[in-house]
Design a protein around this ligand. Structure first.
Ligand SMILES: Nc1ncnc2c1ncn2[C@@H]1O[C@H](COP(=O)(O)OP(=O)(O)OP(=O)(O)O)[C@@H](O)[C@H]1O
Ligand SMILES: [Mg+2]
Length: 290
């Protein structure tokens, strides 16, 4: 009893029995989440796996109460530490968003503003949450740019997004997400637009950051291979429900649900075996610059 109470107190996020429905004007209601429960512990790396439309992005946005206007929270609770996310004031929520929990949105166009220089986009996040002098902020941005793998942070600072490659833009988005040292980063398909080797580099970068700061990460993907070397635990979603959950090695070696079996079988030709983890971790020490 005592043990379980302590375990709950240590949770970062606790989603319990959450159900969400979209009510589009011109269409039938869509039950996007159906009694979903998820616990995230400090420093934990979780993968959320599921096909298109299974509710992954809805879950990510719901945790930060960022669902669009046509979404309705039907039932369930979301707690961040000791706060009840669904009843928090907007100002209390702003303290959490970006500062304690950072969301890397699925749509790249939402992540970076095309008319603002890369460094200034990171600066905006810092300005919103951390009081510091201009000079300290500039130094902090250069430090962040170095941290995400740029060896010439000054030239990246002044670049516009279109002057950067896809991999470089993704690094800027990660720098933005970690700027305020959040306790949790939720990355929604952060690498799905990149080719396989860039995907691996970005996943390695997030692995290093998670370890260095003890930051929890939730990485969303429809591709098990992306999660294999990163996640400690995988949650599998289908049609708004969690259909399977377990340690990553168990999910790959002994998938139970037919849907998980099919997903893992599909990815098997890309993964020689679960030893991918080893390849990822070796590469982690040499995050290449893209
Ligand atoms: N704003 C919206 N209005 C109406 N329906 C929506 C809205 N956003 C999502 N949906 C529907 O809710 C369901 C879950 O969508 P969601 O975007 O969460 O899935 P996903 O797992 O992130 O998919 P993907 O892999 O394509 O990103 C889908 O049926 C989708 O069509
Ligand atoms: Mg999505």
């Amino acid at each position: 009893m005592r043990f379980s109470e302590n375990a709950v107190a240590e949770l970062l996020v606790r989603v319990e029995q959450l159900s969400v429905t979209y009510l589009p004007d011109s269409d039938q209601p869509i039950r996007a989440l159906d009694s979903v429960s998820l616990e995230i512990r400090p420093g934990e790396r979780i993968g959320i796996l599921g096909e298109s439309g299974s509710g992954k992005s809805t879950l990510a946005a719901a945790i930060l109460r960022l669902l669009p206007g046509d979404a309705r929270y039907d039932s369930g609770t979301i707690r961040f530490r000791d706060q009840d996310v669904l009843t928090l004031s907007e100002s209390a929520l702003r303290q959490i968003r970006g500062a304690a929990i950072a969301l890397i949105p699925q749509e790249p166009a939402l992540a970076l503003n095309p008319v603002i220089r890369a460094g200034d986009q990171i600066s905006e996040v810092l300005r919103a949450h951390l009081p510091m002098s201009r000079r300290d902020r500039k130094a902090r941005i250069e430090e962040l740019l170095t941290e995400v793998g740029f060896d010439q942070p000054q030239s990246i600072y002044t670049a516009y997004p279109h002057q950067l490659s896809g991999g470089q833009r993704q690094r800027i988005v990660i720098a933005q997400a970690i700027a305020c040292k959040p306790q949790l980063v939720i990355a929604d398909e952060a690498t799905s637009k990149l080719d396989a080797s860039l995907q691996a580099e970005i996943m390695n970068l997030m692995l290093q950051i998670s370890r260095r700061y003890g930051m929890a990460f939730v990485v969303i993907s429809h591709d098990p291979t992306v999660l294999a070397g990163f996640a400690e635990r995988i949650v599998v979603m289908q049609a708004g429900r969690i259909v399977e959950e377990g340690r990553t090695t168990d999910i790959f070696r002994r998938p139970v649900h037919p849907y998980t079996k099919a997903l893992v079988r599909l990815s098997a030709r890309h993964l020689s075996n679960i030893g991918t983890r080893i390849r990822f971790e070796t590469a982690a020490s040499e995050v290449a610059h893209s």
